[in-house]
Design a protein. Structure first.
Length: 113
């Protein structure tokens, strides 16, 4: 790693979290193997840390929700809450809107009948 790059909100934590998230997305094509799970855990951890310091960080909430849904496809309650919170904080957040659609779609797919 080079110097800590500052995210748009001036937070190196957010830069780290979005970097981890990008790594997880790259895993989607390949499955990520055994390291993939570790990267997902690291990304979730980093995003939760961002939210501890910036509770109204809509983008972090949206990414966290998407990771949680990917990791625990059957429990969509918390991700939906996160995404609704993200939209409340930032009504025009494309990430939160996309996330909400994706989570609701996967929730619909995993609920029988």
């Amino acid at each position: 790693g080079g110097r800590a790059s500052l995210g748009r909100d001036g937070s190196p934590m957010w830069a780290t979290a979005s970097y981890f998230y990008a790594k997880c997305l790259a895993d989607e094509g390949t499955g990520g193997g055994p390291e993939g799970a570790g990267r997902t855990a690291a990304a979730i951890d980093a995003l939760q840390r961002v939210l501890e310091h910036h509770p109204r960080h809509g983008a972090a909430k949206a990414l966290l929700a998407l990771l949680l849904v990917r990791t625990f496809p059957l429990s969509v309650g918390e991700p939906l809450e996160l995404l609704r919170g993200a939209l409340a904080d930032d009504p025009l957040s494309p990430g939160a809107m996309m996330g909400l659609l994706r989570v609701e779609a996967s929730a619909g797919a995993s609920v029988p009948g």
